[in-house]
Design a binder for this molecule. Structure first.
Ligand SMILES: NC(=O)c1ccc[n+]([C@@H]2O[C@H](COP(=O)([O-])OP(=O)(O)OC[C@H]3O[C@@H](n4cnc5c(N)ncnc54)[C@H](OP(=O)(O)O)[C@@H]3O)[C@@H](O)[C@H]2O)c1
Length: 392
């Protein structure tokens, strides 16, 4: 499918799963901030819910309504063929996501999701990257808080450092926020699948071309007191470090030998110890099916933090980058990471893929590789901070 044919499609952006907690916020954002001539549609399995959502959008919003169900591959193919960009919030992606990735790869349609699920992303690489390269589709996972601030923050930090020398970047995440039903379900799903996750990563490793003449690593750090940010640093086993490493593999600008480590930053030791214990307990409970089912029932799909709670939520990711005799401190910061800012990052990523003049890429690509500088500009205009705190 040629680029020209793609531009003839009736919609610039189709938002699938628009009725989800994150999807509805993304629809609100697109309605308020999309360009006047944006051709877009909300899509999902329940037409009544979609129409009710459309009623809640600002008066006069011109948006189509499309029905599709993940259990009906033809309906997903039709979505992919009607849009230049499909953005989906239908998760857990490991359960619901693959058919849409396949349809977009096949139709040459750009695809975006909010997945923070490493196993899903690795499986999609092995199964659909090659086809997407043939058709020119860009498959961009993790376009929410997982992993945009970390991926673009590391990219921004690297750009403050000298070229052509070994570089190290450490990211320290601090946030005050709550999660929704979909996020909780996705996290539990992942915790229960440690072995499958490792197997998918190994299989990806067998398919991925080796990096020749350069190195890019994302080792798990060890818990420590990080003097440089004045906080306890706990290694964060999220997808973010993998995404940063993939950006470093793809882009020469990260230098001949790049290393990224990803941490949660906690000021007080008892909070750090409590956080590790709570995560350990959740991980252990997720291994036992009845406990997992009980936990899943605590936060239902469609539930999420209230507007008041979200208004008080915030995040900050501080980066310390070093190389070539320079040391730089940078920060990416904003409001509610899980939802308001995730909706902003997701919608701006979709708009960037649809309208910005971007590097020629295809196949599975990270946010930094697909959109880099253009997405940083968009997010800054939308109120997310990217700043150099100090350098020497
Ligand atoms: N930090 C991040 O990057 C971040 C932040 C937020 C969310 N997320 C991820 O985004 C995803 C959505 O989270 P959420 O809490 O917003 O989800 P949610 O409210 O639980 O909504 C799930 C969505 O999936 C749809 N769905 C379920 N089965 C379907 C099917 N058979 N066909 C079509 N659609 C189907 C639902 O449609 P109905 O409305 O018709 O039931 C709903 O729109 C999760 O995977 C979550 O982990 C990531």
């Amino acid at each position: 499918m040629s680029r020209l044919k793609r531009s003839d499609r009736p919609y610039d952006i189709v938002l699938f799963g628009a009725t989800s907690f994150a999807g509805a916020l993304t629809a609100q954002y697109l309605a308020a901030h999309g360009p006047d001539d944006l051709r877009w549609a909300i899509a999902g399995r329940n037409e009544d819910k979609l129409r009710a959502l459309r009623e809640r959008l600002p008066k006069g919003t011109d948006v189509g309504v499309l029905t599709a169900d993940v259990s009906d591959p033809d309906s997903l193919r039709a979505l992919a063929e009607h849009a230049r960009v499909v953005a989906t919030t239908v998760g857990p992606y490991l359960t619901y996501g693959e058919e849409l990735v396949a349809a977009c790869a096949d139709a040459g349609t750009d695809y975006l999701d909010l997945s923070g699920e490493p196993e899903f992303v690795d499986l999609m690489y092995v199964r659909h990257d090659a086809r997407a390269r043939e058709t020119g589709a860009r498959l961009v996972h993790a376009c929410g808080f997982d992993s945009v601030p970390h991926d673009l923050g590391a990219y921004f930090t690297v750009r403050q450092l000298p070229e052509g020398v070994p570089l190290t970047v450490d990211g320290f995440v601090t946030a005050d926020a709550m999660f929704s039903g979909g996020t909780f379900a996705s996290a539990l799903n992942q915790f229960a699948r440690g072995r499958q996750m490792i197997a998918a990563a190994r299989d990806r490793g067998r398919h991925e071309p080796r990096l020749v003449g350069r190195r890019a690593a994302a080792p798990t750090g060890t818990p420590r007191y990080a003097q440089e940010v004045g906080a306890w640093a706990l290694p964060l086993p999220t997808i973010d470090a993998q995404i940063v490493r993939r950006s470093a593999k793809a882009l020469e600008r990260y230098g001949p030998d790049f290393r990224y480590r990803h941490y949660a930053a906690v000021r007080r030791l008892p909070v750090a110890v409590g956080g590790v214990a709570a995560m350990g307990a959740l991980f252990a409970a997720a291994q036992v099916p009845p406990a997992r089912r009980w936990l899943s029932g605590r936060v239902r799909p469609g539930d999420g933090p209230s507007a008041e709670k979200r208004a008080k939520s915030w995040f900050s990711v501080r980066f310390v980058g070093e190389g070539g005799g320079r040391r730089v401190f940078t920060e990416v910061a904003g409001g509610d990471p899980g939802y308001d800012e995730t909706a902003k990052m997701f919608a701006e990523s979709a708009l960037s893929l649809a309208f910005d003049d971007l590097p020629e890429t295809s196949g599975q690509v990270t946010p930094a590789v697909a959109m880099g500088e253009r997405l940083i500009e968009r997010l800054r205009r939308a109120g997310i901070t990217f700043r150099v705190a100090s350098s020497r």
